[in-house]
Design a binder for this molecule. Structure first.
Ligand code: PAF
Length: 283
């Protein structure tokens, strides 16, 4: 496993792999790797000949009051965790390598950040699209592998990849969950034992929504309050949003008639830790 820090070296590495006709999958991460990331890596290995993992805490996707400075940076233990997986390379650049001084180019997928997390994190998805476009151009992959827990991110990046003709296949991997149903996330480390137990209401609420839809309910105004009621049984939970959107454009859905799939998504604070989760329901 090669540890690469510069754009030039990373591009040369990928050029070599491509000229040897190897298919490359990239797994972009911000580090603090957990089992959820390892599921992405396993998927990446199954679709490509070689896997590149990027570890970069991207400053442009954090808002002024968000946790950029306190985001966990655990490169040494991340590399140890990756060792058994026979990753071809780990790309872990400095911020100045990705964003050199006087750098001025951004990528924005307009409109798909109106709802869900985008409404509460202005500029976040512009930061994500910009860094992922750069990481794609640096690692030159055939496949980009991402978790579906960040469903808005996945849909936005898929649109970007399509619109800008990157020629990269986007691969989405199901959310990995703890036995309690809690979605695995780097931010779970911030939860107290009590918050961690109560945070299972996110998954329970999503399951409730799924059951309602499967029973034939098509009106989100009926489903949403039931989810809210369930989540508020956890005294430490502070709901940010409970929304239903179309996978196509992430537009809000009040009624589900005529839809093939619907995304139900939630964001809930436990103390200062913001958790998100979602479910895609076939109609
Ligand atoms: O999902 C993440 O960890 C980040 O948003 C990503 C895709 C690595 C971009 O910084």
């Amino acid at each position: 496993m090669q540890l690469i820090h510069t754009v030039k070296e990373m591009q040369a590495f990928s050029d070599n792999a491509r000229s040897a006709a190897q298919k490359i999958a990239v797994v972009p991460t911000m580090g603090a790797l957990h089992k959820g990331h390892l599921a992405l890596i396993k998927k990446a290995k199954s679709v490509a000949d070689i896997v590149i993992v990027t570890i970069f805490v991207n400053p442009t996707q954090f808002g002024a009051n968000e946790d950029f400075s306190k985001y966990p940076r655990t490169l040494e233990s991340d590399c140890k965790l990756l060792e058994p997986y026979q990753i071809a390379a780990v790309f872990c650049p400095l911020v100045t390598e990705i964003y050199p001084p006087h750098d001025a180019s951004w990528v924005e997928v307009v409109g798909m950040d109106k709802n869900l997390c985008g409404k509460y994190r202005p500029g976040h998805f512009k930061g994500v699209s910009t860094v992922v476009a750069r990481l794609f151009n640096i690692t030159k992959p055939h496949f980009g592998v991402f978790g579906l827990k960040d469903i808005q991110q996945f849909q936005i990046l898929s649109r970007m990849t399509q619109d800008l003709h990157f020629g990269i296949e986007m691969v989405g991997v199901e959310t990995l969950r703890e036995a309690s149903g809690l979605a695995m996330s780097s931010r779970n480390v911030y939860l107290s034992a009590e918050e961690r137990v109560q945070a299972t209401v996110l998954f329970q609420a999503l399951q409730l929504a799924k059951a309602e839809i499967e029973k034939g309910e098509r009106d989100f105004a009926i489903i949403q309050p039931k989810m809210e009621q369930l989540i508020t049984t956890a005294p430490l939970a502070k709901i940010q949003y409970i929304e239903a959107v179309s996978p196509h454009d992430l537009g809000l859905l009040a009624h589900f008639e005529g839809q093939q799939k619907v995304i139900i998504a939630v964001a809930v604070y436990f103390g200062s830790t913001r958790l998100i989760d979602n479910i895609i329901v076939n109609l």
